[in-house]
Design a protein around this ligand. Sequence first.
Ligand SMILES: Nc1ncnc2c1ncn2[C@@H]1O[C@H](COP(=O)(O)OP(=O)(O)OP(=O)(O)O)[C@@H](O)[C@H]1O
Ligand SMILES: [Mg+2]
Length: 711
Amino acid sequence: MRGLFYRVFPRLRGSRHGLRAAAYGSQNQGAGPIPDFHTNVLVFDPRERGDTTIVSLLQTHGMSARVASRFPEFLDALGDDVLFAVMADEALCPNDLTPIHNWVLSQPGWSDLPFIVLTAKGEGPERDLAAARLTEVLGHVFFLERPFHATTFVSAARSAQKNRRRQYEARARMEEMRENELTLKTALLAGRLGTWELDPQTWNLTASDGFKSVFGRGPADTLTYDDLLGSVHPDDRARVRESVLHTLETCEDYLIEYRTVWPDGSPHWAEVRGRVVRSRSGTPSRLVGVASDITERRLEQEWQLRQKEILEERVTESTAELWEVQVTMVAEVAQRERAEEQLRQSQKLEAIGQLTGGVAHDFNNLLMAVMGNLDLLRKHLADDPKALRLIEAALQGARRGASLTQRLLAFARRQELKVEAVDLAALVENMRELLNRSVGGDVEISVRLPKDVSPALADSNQVELALLNLVVNSRDAMPEGGTIRIGLREEPDARPHEDLPAGAYLCLSVTDNGKGMDEETLHRAIEPFFSTKDIGEGTGLGLSMIHGLALQLKGAFVLSSVAGKGTTAELWLPAASRVVRQAPKVLPEETESAAKPAKILVVDDDLLIAMSTIDMLEDLGHKVMEANSGVQALELIGKDRDIELVITDYSMPGLNGAQLFEAARGLRPDLPFLLATGYADLPPGSGLSLPRLSKPYTQDQLSREIAKILR
Ligand SMILES: Nc1ncnc2c1ncn2[C@@H]1O[C@H](COP(=O)(O)OP(=O)(O)OP(=O)(O)O)[C@@H](O)[C@H]1O
Ligand SMILES: [Mg+2]
């Protein structure tokens, strides 16, 4: 073999990259700018005679060459793009080799330019020394002894070319890696992600600046695994620890969100992801991953959640409001329907009342005449027992008729009432015996009366009658027997009916556990003449009378009942002042000695009544004058100064009884008046102070009233 071929190994700094680049394989080939490997061979030939051998040899093998004839030119031409350099040692050695050595040292990491040094033939230590020196200066050197065979040179050139090509490939890989690294860094920055790595053997944590910032640490701060656990919110700490252990155990991906507390005390949220990297043996060697600060996202989520809750609350509220409105509307409609029904019912009762009242009034007057005349007739036929029996029967019938008209007048709210403070407890107590007798043995009456209640503003006789009626109704509803409970209570601030003012009322109640009423019966019970009793057993006027009485007394009558269970009737009466007065006792009428015969003026537009009254008066020995109107009466009063008493009807066309009284006062201020009335709807203040006599009246009643006045 001609010529010596030295192979000098590339410098170490280059080999690291070279190895690394080779490890990437060929998949990235062509990614970096690899120069044309067939060109750019730098030839240093100072002889200027054109060493055509080398240049042409290179060209023959597809490599172009640049020839530098001066050392500075050669130095200038050295660069990354040079494939390799060729020079003769004798051309090189005379020069100061420091610049070339510096250039060699300044090459980038991937570059280690191969030099082919052509040496003169020879041996010995001198030559070896020169070779060693050149190796030191140039680093990557092939020595080729001259004269050399062309194939030896070409082989060395190929070798250098191959080597340089690897370097270019390494450069391309490095650039690619740098670019990838840069891309990753940019991506991490863009995603505000920090990277971390945990060694499960030592629990050593490697954290990027980004990762540290997630925990409120600066790049210069240290962040150990214990520091990290320390900055986790105490409530989340155990979960974080367990999650890491679970990931290492199962090698499942690590994903966790938890609260952190930064060194300045502010609360934050972190999202940490990771994956296990296994060693060759398959055991987890590292846990690597990324983390980001998700405080903003969590706050946003919380805000949205809150908004959703608020929205839901509002929806619930408005649904409830709508529901309420609907319920109110339904209630209002029902209330209106009830009110309309009540109005219809009260209008009906009003109409019936007016009709009944009118009829009852006239009928009362007729009874007046019938009774008055029967009374007189009884006196005239005192010694005819048969006639007396007949008269008595006729009188009894007339009395029953009178009681019926009283009830009708009561329903029509036209009865004459004597309103005063009544001790209802005493009233009930006084009636106990009568009530017990009225209900018979099978029915028990239980009375519960409070000790100290206000008196009621009422007419005691009418209330007694009402109570008796209620008890009888209850008795009739319990044919098999049962219990009637009578109660009394005071309500200091009640409003028993919407037409009444709120205030203090007394409520007298009668409750039974009888058969009760169905809705239809309950609805109609207070209508006059409504009765479910057999013909002849009930007039159907009991409750209507009580209802009328309650209204006339500015109270209310409330009836409630459940079919099969029983009935409660409540009579509400306004309370009088708390000055307790004794219940009016039904005192025996004072026996008046009959008045001396007097001159009396009878005023009535009803001739029949006038006649009957006159007959009674004349029978009593009085001298009677008659007038059939107020005007006529006034005339007589004006003319006849001997008139000692005027008995007048109230309701008359033209001047009524009260007006007549007022007018007569102008003529005869001392002339006494007796007002005979069928009902009590006298206008307030007019003639109310006058002594009164209810129609129909008997001769005895008439005689007593006159005696009281003319005493
Ligand atoms: N306590 C009650 N239990 C069951 N139904 C009753 C009760 N009170 C009244 N009623 C019903 O109301 C109707 C009217 O009663 P109301 O007292 O007005 O007349 P009456 O009792 O039938 O006749 P009268 O009162 O003239 O004897 C009765 O016929 C009965 O159907
Ligand atoms: Mg009855």
